[in-house]
Write a protein that binds this ligand. Sequence first.
Ligand code: CP
Length: 328
Amino acid sequence: MKHFTGLKDLGPEGLEMILSRALAWKGQYPKHLVDKILGMVFFNPSLRTRTSFEAVMNRGGGSAIVLEVGNGVWKLEDRVGAIMDSDRSEHVKEAVPVLSRFVDALSVRTFAGNVDDELDNFDPVMSAFRELSTVPVISMESAREHPCQGLADLMTIRENFGSTKGLPVTLTWASHIKPLPKAVPNSFLLTAAAAGCEVRVAHPKGFDLHPSVLAEAEAYAKAAGGSVTITHDQDEALADSRAVYAKAWGPNTHSGLGAEAMLQPEWMTTRRHMEKAHKDAIFTHCLPVRRNVEVADEVLDHPSCKVVDEAENRFHVQRAVLDWIFNG
Ligand code: CP
């Protein structure tokens, strides 16, 4: 049974297959998911992920059932051995096998807790769904990765530059009002490394990505002929870069840094930063974005900003993933 909850489920060859299929099908609407039902389980809110997955199922001739945990659906417990005396009325040990009897695949959104980096890296809720489901499980973002976002990011870069082999791309940490999960930066790093990019990651001290993610990215880069560089110098990371990806994420849980460390206005992406990059550089972001906190209006309103194309590409890559899962 195929799952897609992290880039490891595809590997570099699978990544190329999904990107090729997504690019080839753009603008076409084959009925390739007739009678298929996708169960969509949301522990956290969404705009793009929900609508893009539902659109894929509806346009492909299938359908989706959306469940918002705690909103008309029992709150779910995932801890093994939990004494269930809280407001979490149902355990995933029953809920996931039951849902598996009604649908052809389950997709799940569950954010990181951001209180224990090791627990977030283990990805407890997504791991439980993988273990307990009898149908394929697809990530709509979990504690460790947002793999469909990573695919859409790379599709957008491919559309603009063709080959990604050796292409300099920069993931730059962004100022924010609160700590955010690391799933999006993890997936951008992993996917760009697997696509052979020269990936630069810039962040302030105390905001390191997890060592297991960095090791996985290094292995992909080595195999694909790319590279991964981590720096605290934003200008150095941006120099001559072809794609600038801004993203806020929280401090390491053992860094001693609190939520106040998130507001660092010098890390808001402005035109000054874009001018450090290549003159034809594009700007990308997963959205939602807080204007004039993470990214200045002048960047988001500039023709080099590709965030809407990038959001549209969520549809195309997810359609390719569902086609791979259901049709091979
Ligand atoms: N980028 C992304 O996943 O957007 P949503 O949170 O709106 O789904």
